[in-house]
Design a protein. Structure first.
Length: 386
């Protein structure tokens, strides 16, 4: 269905762009073919590599493909606005009045310009974002506790080893107490990504590095990547938890599998299993790649829910559409009952649509502060499973 939709969009852009141009037919056919190939790049990637999420071409080509695809989508939207205006104007004056060709050329130029800006914004290092959360019952020893939250690194031909090396150096310079990564570290199989993920072994925090899976780990041989993360010095959390101790107090860090897991024969997210055996009076920080289950996690007694997956919507105006598929959670902080939900815009993003306009990527540093008394977690298993 996706291929059909983008094929129609590509055809629309090709017709609106080429019909007014006075160029030889063979030139129009050539340009139309380029537009078609760019519009269908995801399908072609799947046919070539067996997976639409891993375009294994030189980085410059991947950038060019994203620029071209973005230009098609943005130009189509601008053409549609022009066509709607032209139709309404013609209805008002009751006479067909087409717009001058210059309007279409201006729309095309703007589409290319906005796409270029979007790609530049997408592939740069993430901006640092500092936030603080008051956690009910946080032990005194954790007052001022610093968390670096990473998500959606999508290491790939677009985000390669140099990106990872710079990111790791920036994270370590923050001297965090703990590093928490909520999935989608990679796009690609191990043979293609081995060198790109190697710098992650240098991530350093006093209480370690913890990771939960995202949907993309399951697209590229989950078992292999889970073992690699362990070899890189991370502690994987998939329906499991760890206890962090400070000055006689405890904070629980838990992680869930992703909602995509069952499609590949792996366990579904299960908060009951993740918190089995955890101390009832300890605050819970949860890594859960997709924010769609936030209300369920709040009912389970989670205090801070860290997610990604949405990339913040990527482009201003898309947030409302993407929010429909994520229970309204798209970017930033949400109060869900007594729980803090934080949805990161992502450290990077999927290289299949690498555009950011008004929605920057982020390297998130979170500081914990105490608030109130201990809130006991629901012990009953009803309505809190994955």
């Amino acid at each position: 269905m996706f291929a059909i939709i983008v094929g129609i969009v590509g055809a629309y852009v090709a017709l609106r762009t080429l019909v007014p141009l006075g160029m030889p037919l063979w030139c129009k056919i050539l340009v139309a073919l380029v537009i078609f190939l760019l519009a269908q790049n995801h399908l072609l990637t799947k046919l070539a590599y067996g997976n639409m999420f891993s375009l294994e071409l030189p980085r410059a080509v991947v950038i060019a493909v994203n620029l071209g695809f973005g230009a098609i989508i943005i130009t189509a939207a601008l053409y549609a606005l022009l066509d709607i205006f032209m139709l309404l104007r013609s209805l008002v004056i009751w006479q067909w009045r087409p717009l001058a060709p210059g309007w279409s050329f201006a729309a095309l130029a703007l589409g290319i310009a906005f796409s270029s800006l979007g790609v530049v914004n997408a592939i740069r290092q993430p901006a640092q974002k500092d936030i603080a959360f008051d956690i009910e019952g946080l032990p005194a020893g954790f007052d001022g506790y610093s968390i670096v939250h990473l998500t959606d690194l999508h290491l790939s031909r677009l985000f390669q080893r140099p990106f990872a090396e710079t990111l790791v150096a920036r994270v370590n310079a923050l001297d965090p107490d703990i590093i928490l990564i909520s999935g989608d570290l990679i796009d690609g199989y191990l043979d293609a990504r081995r060198d790109d993920v190697a710098p992650l072994a240098a991530l350093s925090a006093r209480d370690g590095v913890y990771v939960s899976p995202g949907n993309h780990e399951y697209y590229f041989d989950y078992d292999t990547w889970w073992a690699v993360y362990k070899d890189l010095g991370m502690r994987p959390l998939a329906n499991a938890h760890a206890r962090i101790e400070r000055a006689g107090g405890t904070v629980v860090v838990a992680g869930l599998t992703d909602l995509a897991a069952t499609r590949f024969g792996f366990p579904a997210p299960d908060i009951r299993r993740a918190l089995d055996g955890a101390p009832q009076d300890a605050p819970v920080v949860l890594l859960n790649h997709q924010p769609i289950q936030a209300r369920m996690m709040a009912a389970a007694g989670v205090d801070l829910h860290l997610s990604g997956h949405t990339h913040g919507g990527m482009v201003v105006g898309l947030a409302s559409l993407i929010a429909r598929f994520n229970e309204g959670f798209i970017s930033g902080h949400y109060a869900v009952d007594d729980m803090h939900l934080y949805v990161s815009n992502g450290t990077a993003l999927w290289p299949g649509f690498a555009l950011r306009l008004g929605v920057p990527s982020e390297l998130t540093r979170i500081t914990l502060r105490p608030r109130g008394n201990t809130k006991p977690r629901q012990a009953d298993g009803n309505a809190i499973g994955g």
